[in-house]
Ligand binder design. Sequence first.
Ligand SMILES: C[S@@+](CC[C@H](N)C(=O)[O-])C[C@H]1O[C@@H](n2cnc3c(N)ncnc32)[C@H](O)[C@@H]1O
Length: 248
Amino acid sequence: MNIRKIEQEEYWKVRAQHYNELQWANEKQYLNAVVEAGDFRPNHLVLDVGTGTGIVLHAIAPKVNEIIGLDISQAMLEHSNWQNNKYFVKRDIREPFFHESVFDRIVARMVFHHIIEDIQKAADECYRILKLGGKFILSEGIPPNKQVKKDYIEIFKLKEKRITFMLEDLVEMIIKAGFRNIQTSTFVMPRMSINNWLEKSGLPAKTQDKIFEMHICASDCFKKAYNMKIIRGDCLIDIKYVILIGEK
Ligand SMILES: C[S@@+](CC[C@H](N)C(=O)[O-])C[C@H]1O[C@@H](n2cnc3c(N)ncnc32)[C@H](O)[C@@H]1O
């Protein structure tokens, strides 16, 4: 294993412990929006890329014949429940594993921002293993507008190594992979608790405090863009997610 892979495994080992308690990851309306975008049918074979603890996979599973979760992190996969029509594979999406044109649907929620090297390879691989006429459903959190992108990057710098996308970056990436008939939608999750997000992050207490303070002390423009509210010692913000559908 190279150093980056060891670092990744260590990072997810810490995050896996409380991942299933994250408010945003379990939020029903966001999950439903991703599931609806997939337009799943019982005969579909589905791949959930970067499945993590399988939250998205478990939401899709009742609708389809078979679904496979793929993830690089053993620790995240170990925090999932294995059941009849669900399989989990420990792989990196950038490393070809499946045959070409196998899946009817491929889903990737909140995964691509973690692929900081060779991201195009990941999108290209999703395209390669999808059947002709199949759909790729990609979802990512993005800054609420371009003005606050810089602050967003500064805050996330303390949390993790990641890519900050705007919608157009994601569109460009999937078009480059070969996807067509791109549809995009936005989902705004209201009142996400910064306390929940930080407490379940596995970050050292000092870093959590710093990130919390950066929210409280942010510019008026930032507070407005996030519709920030301070309630009983918590900071609540509206988070913007985009959902893209691309067809092969
Ligand atoms: C924020 S979690 C998202 C989990 C799940 N999709 C969800 O929405 O709850 C990101 C997941 O992507 C996985 N991941 C990151 N890079 C990956 C890669 N190159 N190939 C496969 N999985 C990857 C991580 O291990 C982690 O479990």
